[in-house]
Design a protein around this ligand. Structure first.
Ligand code: FAD
Length: 453
């Protein structure tokens, strides 16, 4: 039995990013005292970038958390629905691939900064929540629960303590570093060989969108790709995923001619939409992509990890924030079900760790899918068969994408189902080249034998 959960002592919350701000709001609604320590200045006051990607895709899991904290209507107004992918080939031809069987279900593009500010504003309405900006956590003493904080304005350090520490301090979590020194803590970190750089398509002169706004645009090119997500102001945030180093890489694209040549050869239709390619390319940083897994996600009753501090994943399922929001939702429910912190964290870990690992693995897999397979004819046929099965057998055949993006079913289940689905689709695609020839009797037989329910 660990320390009792109480409403008299503060909870120390590290990081006021997406997960931290949401967690603060959940706790505020329960009447907890929360002291938040965030290393950056207040996003709402300072003209600073919120860090990585300017916009993100929010889907069912993230939206569910928004509903739980009563922000579903506000968030809906900030969203642009994306109902599928639009694939752009080298000749500028496009093809729409819906995310769902009827092309109506959507994931949504939302501004990272605006969403973060909304969550902080809502949490700030409760006088039990205190945000402390430019206060960086240096370490957490797992034995005592003391957090060592450095004031970024004067470099003074001081200690803070509370009933427990919730660490939402992102992928390079210093709380997790402290946890790593404790016995039997498992940790792995691996960088993708690809990095990313953000560019943009500006709005039209009338403030509209230069290309279809209700879609996620992809220019898949085998070993690299470009994607674009719409913003409310008519612009698109465009991300180039490209090898970090080597012959054709961010390292080798070291002058405007080389960058322009890449776009002329590979993304000519996108090039027409980026007036400031040289400027944007050389001003914007190259970002790294990495996967971090660890286990357990807590140390006794002292400290627990949520969001990227527990599971940094590559962005190819658009799930990092969604998973982080689901962590907050689950931790919030566990707090209701237990009376002490150790039991709360153990329950949370039993519900979340395997799912965190599953989405990390699936995100890597979707990277290869988006990069290599979406313009492959065999893959396209299997996708069409998949949509046919979804239409013919609703509720029985469910794609991995649907389970991840449009349901709240555990990620581990989506991982398992995806492997079985793939076996079924490959079998049905054998020897046919058209969706009209798919053998539905065989499909029914395979589904009843292979699917778990
Ligand atoms: P963060 O957002 O990183 O927030 C951590 C906070 O902690 C920050 O405010 C930071 O300043 C603060 N902090 C850090 N260290 C300390 C410290 N020592 N002391 C105090 N404060 C500290 N996810 C999606 O769901 N959909 C998407 O479409 C999507 N697209 C993405 C695209 C890209 C290119 C990338 C890189 C990521 C994308 N993600 C997406 C993932 C998403 O950005 C993260 O999963 C999400 O930001 C995690 O939120 P977080 O609060 O855990 O971490």
């Amino acid at each position: 039995m660990g320390r009792k959960i109480n409403k008299e002592e503060p909870i120390i919350l590290l990081g006021a990013g997406l997960a931290g701000s949401l967690m603060a709001l959940y706790l505020a609604k329960k009447g907890f005292l929360v002291d938040v320590y965030e290393r950056r200045p207040d996003l709402r006051a300072a003209d600073i970038s919120s860090g990585r990607s300017i916009n993100l895709a929010i889907s069912a899991r993230g939206l569910n958390a928004m509903k739980e904290v009563g922000l579903d209507n506000e968030v809906a107004e900030m969203c642009i629905p994306m109902r599928g992918r639009i694939i752009h080939d080298r000749n500028g031809n496009t093809e729409f691939q819906p995310y769902s069987k009827d092309g109506t279900t959507a994931i949504n593009s939302i501004s990272r900064g605006d969403l973060n500010c909304l969550l902080m504003d809502e949490a700030d309405k409760f006088n039990t929540i205190k945000f402390n900006f430019q206060k960086r956590c240096i370490a957490v003493d797992m034995k005592t629960g003391l957090a060592l904080i450095r004031d970024e304005t004067n470099h003074q350090t001081f200690e803070v303590t509370g009933q427990t520490v919730i660490a939402s301090d992102g992928a390079f979590s210093l709380a997790r570093n402290s946890m790593m020194k404790m016995p039997r803590f498992n940790f792995s970190q691996s960088y993708l060989s690809h990095s990313y750089k953000e560019l943009s398509f500006p709005p039209t002169i009338n403030g509209g969108w230069q290309i279809e706004k209700n879609a996620l645009h992809i220019w898949p090119r085998g070993h690299f790709m470009l994607i674009a997500l719409p913003n409310l102001d008519g612009s698109f945030t465009v991300t180039l995923f490209y090898p970090h180093k080597g012959h054709n890489s961010f390292a080798s694209l070291d002058n405007p001619e080389k960058v322009r040549k890449l776009f002329i050869e590979e993304f000519p239709d996108a090039l027409e939409l980026i007036p400031d390619l040289d400027k944007e390319y050389f001003e914007n940083p190259v970002g790294d992509l990495l996967t971090i897994k660890c286990d357990p996600w807590h140390y006794e009753d002292r400290c627990v990890l949520v969001g990227d501090s527990a599971h940094a994943i590559v962005p190819f399922y658009g799930q990092g924030m969604n998973a982080a929001f689901e962590d907050c939702s689950v931790l919030n429910a566990c707090i209701d079900q237990e009376s002490d912190w150790t039991s709360t964290f153990e329950r949370y870990g039993s519900l979340r760790v395997k799912n965190g690992h599953a989405i990390a693995d699936m995100a890597i897999d979707n990277y290869y899918e988006m990069r290599d397979r979406v313009d492959d004819e065999d893959w396209k046929l299997r996708k069409k068969i998949e949509h046919k099965l979804e239409r013919e057998y609703p509720g029985k055949y469910i794609s991995r994408y649907e389970l991840i993006s449009f349901t709240h079913r555990p990620y581990a289940e989506a991982l398992e189902r995806g492997i079985i689905n793939d076996r079924i689709l490959r079998k049905l695609a054998e020897g046919i080249d058209s969706i009209d020839n798919v053998d539905l009797t065989l499909a029914e037989d395979l589904m009843s034998r292979l699917l778990p329910f």
